[in-house]
Design a protein around this ligand. Sequence first.
Ligand code: ACO
Ligand code: LMR
Length: 270
Amino acid sequence: GKVRKPTNFICTISDDRGEEATYCGVPISEVIEKGLSIADVIGLLWFKKKFPEWASGFIDMVIRVVADHGPAVAGAHNVKVTARAGKDLMSSLVTGILAIGPRFGGAIDGAAKYFKMAKEKNMSPNEFVEYMKNVEKIPIPGIGHRIKSTKNPDKRVELLKSYAFKNFPSTDLLQYALEVEKVTTSKKENLILNVDGTIGVLLVDMFRALGYTEEEIDELINAGAFNAFFVLGRSIGFIGHYLDEKRLDMPLYRHPTDDILYDVKRPEGI
Ligand code: ACO
Ligand code: LMR
């Protein structure tokens, strides 16, 4: 019989061999005819699912609320400095993306991981806070903000929470995270459940409601799939900041030396 040549690659999300390419089996023309949204396309290409309306609505809201947060945040600052050094769109954009990490925008996976673990282990909110401090010895991902606090709440978090309370079948992990927030904000008012944390726990609630097993959710988190929502959404803002710099024709940026503490000591023996 015929022997199939072993392939170097496997693809389970899209196919370009027919008359038109398909997203998880759905031709692009059908995507357009049926009015599928960006969130629906994400559902097909990232998760191989047609999300129900409430889940697509949530994904769409996540992308819209994380799209930008001004020029001062870590990633946008990188983009602006790079654009002003004369670099192109791609180079400027990636410097912004590369700043996304555990402290800035990339705490979604960590928040999902640790809040989920704590709830599974039946830790009380107090026990969880103590565990993160004494055992993991890291700040709780998804808690804390430089400028937002109980006195200056993050409107994005309010929007996401009220959408979930109204549309999600269950908000179990969000409710737990809000109990943890009560503990952390009693210590310091800026230790709120931040936008990363809210997205992280709500994605766990969402995937549970979509029938994913705990192991499947853990796999998504370990693959970085939750942070991907911030990477995609914030790229919109980063590109905006790049175009802004070009439009304004801004010169090379050099940081003022009076804003740097120079503390250089010549070593002994030289
Ligand atoms: N969990 C526990 N304690 C915390 C946390 C946290 N997540 N964040 C800050 N603290 C404590 C610190 O231990 C410190 O305590 P101390 O005064 O007793 O030493 C105090 O709060 C101040 O800490 P700083 O790091 O100086 O606070 P800062 O305002 O600079 O931190 C930050 C803001 C970086 C967001 C921080 O809260 C953090 O690391 N949070 C976790 C990561 C995270 O969720 N990042 C996403 C933010 S949202 C976004 O980027 C879109
Ligand atoms: C953001 O969305 O970029 C912010 O929450 C982070 C910040 O420092 O304001």
